[in-house]
Design a protein around this ligand. Structure first.
Ligand code: ZN
Length: 117
């Protein structure tokens, strides 16, 4: 095998590995974060291809690949901060004093349940 052939092979393998990684990320992180403030839906953010901070005015919601958590809150109890990161459809973070709700949904649950049986 010539040196150029080896380099070409390595490049193709590396490309395939990246592509597989990309596919697995796409299928496992199909989550949408819905942010409600005082009962109204203010934002729906796809978590799979973003990393952003959403400011509700009272709370800072960190949205990142595969999960969402409350980064900051003005509430006295700080219960919403203690709930930590939610990563599965149907899970939610509630800040009662500030009336902020962050909810996850997506196709991830159906896929996960199909695999788990
Ligand atoms: Zn709170």
């Amino acid at each position: 095998m010539k040196k150029t052939d080896i380099i070409l092979c390595a490049a193709i393998l590396a490309g395939a590995a990246v592509w597989l990684l990309f596919l697995s990320i796409k299928t496992s992180d199909n989550l949408t974060a819905h942010i409600y403030i005082k009962g109204d839906l203010h934002a729906s953010v796809d978590t799979s291809n973003t990393a952003e901070l959403y400011d509700t005015g009272t709370n800072l919601v960190q949205i990142e690949s595969g999960g969402v958590y409350m980064l900051f809150s003005t509430c006295r109890s700080q219960d919403c901060i203690r709930m930590g990161k939610i990563t599965r459809p149907g899970q939610m973070i509630v800040c009662l004093p500030n009336r902020v709700i962050v909810m996850l949904d997506g196709a991830g649950e159906a896929q996960y349940d199909a695999v788990a049986g």
